[in-house]
Design a binder for this molecule. Structure first.
Ligand code: F6P
Length: 364
């Protein structure tokens, strides 16, 4: 099959580095293979609605360092269970995958690249099952995609979270307070764990290690009795008490994963303050972790992913996701990649290192 024109879209929640992938896809497609490139606006919604934009060397000029995505994104447009009517109002799910395929034909697109997390890549896998030549690129600040060691976007979010831990240290120390910082990450504790280790957090609570408030309070009291008159607690939004579920902030109807976590830090802080009588404050970082310019690592990884994605298409290796294994860029079938989440190993070296350096996970 000879490719002449490809499409590209960004789906799901945004993160720093999306534009760097788009740029690498467009530049390598044009310069190396002589293909035309077209973008779909707002993720899979654009593919169903046929919202397109030509992508040229000019269009992608200067976007390497820009956060967000020049194509726009959408975290609830699923062509296989589409919930928008022609006026954009919410309707019960309808299968619009054939309309999406028709739009690919209408635009004379031979293949497309989808940049997204678990949800977007699961939809991309379904298009591959329908015989559409596709390649996926793994994105998410949560770093929870199995099939790759690192997703781009994670490093940028980690830098924001680590800087927050650093900044909270100085004010915590001045006021002799407990500072509770809540990070994103959904069901994976990567951001909290690594920001906690890098920033020198004293207590780290992650979904993979259920905690008890007794142990958390004990850790704070312990520090107090050793003359450390402040404590930094880093809590992943998905952290949960032993025997309890994670704290749900809201349900987003129509989204691939409709549950939005958040608010656990308030519960943790309330009990710490009550039990220790030490003033306790909460900071929820939220979408600050998703905004702004990508770190050099994320630009470097995103550029490698983008170029590797066009290479896979050129070699006819469809139905794959580009990945990073160690220091090497490789690929894995989309089917394998979207099957399961990559979570922190509670018995792994990173957790052991944190414990060895005095961190409490609130469990023992
Ligand atoms: O998956 C990325 C992520 O930022 C999660 O860490 C977070 O739980 C969720 O998306 C927030 O989603 P939304 O942008 O819809 O509020």
């Amino acid at each position: 099959m000879k490719i002449k024109k490809i499409g590209v879209l960004t789906g799901g929640g945004d993160c720093p580095g999306l534009n760097a992938v788009i740029r690498a896809v467009v530049k390598s497609a044009i310069k190396k293979y002589g293909w035309e490139v077209m973008g779909f606006i707002d993720g899979y919604r654009g593919l169903v609605e046929n919202w397109t934009i030509p992508l040229t060397d000019q269009t992608v000029s200067g976007i390497l360092v820009r956060g967000g995505t020049i194509l726009g994104t959408n975290n609830r447009a699923n062509p296989f269970a589409y919930t928008y009517d022609e006026n954009g109002k919410t309707i019960p799910p309808v299968d619009k995958s054939k309309v999406a395929v028709l739009n690919l034909k209408r635009n004379e697109m031979d293949a497309f690249i989808a940049i997204g997390g678990d949800g977007t890549l699961s939809m991309t896998q379904k298009f591959w099952e329908m015989g559409i030549p596709v390649v996926g690129v793994p994105k998410t600040i949560d770093n929870d995609l199995s099939g790759t060691d690192v997703t781009f976007g994670f490093d940028s979010a980690l830098c924001v979270a680590t800087e927050a831990v650093d900044r909270l240290h100085t004010t915590a120390e001045s006021h002799h307070r407990v500072m509770v910082l809540e990070t994103m990450g959904r069901y994976a504790g990567w951001i909290a764990l690594r920001a906690g280790i890098a920033g020198g957090g004293d207590v780290i609570l992650i979904p993979e290690i259920p905690y008890t408030m007794e142990k958390v309070v004990e850790a704070v009291k312990n520090r107090d009795s050793r003359g450390k008159n402040f404590t930094i607690v880093v809590v992943a939004e998905g952290a949960k008490e032993v025997g309890r579920d994670a704290v749900v902030q809201r349900i987003v109807k129509g989204s691939h994963d409709s549950v939005r976590l958040g608010g656990v830090s308030y519960k943790v802080a309330e009990i710490i303050e009550k039990e220790t009588e030490i003033e306790t404050r909460v900071t929820i970082l939220g979408h600050l972790q998703r905004g702004g310019i990508p770190t050099p690592f994320d630009r470097w990884l995103a550029t490698r992913y983008g170029a590797a994605a066009t290479e896979l298409l050129s070699e006819g290796k469809f139905g794959k996701m580009v990945s990073l294994r160690g220091t090497e860029i490789g690929n894995i079938s989309l089917k394998e990649a979207v099957g399961s989440l990559r979570l922190v190993d509670p018995k792994g070296e990173e957790v052991k290192t944190a414990i060895a350096t005095g961190v409490s996970f609130g469990n023992e």
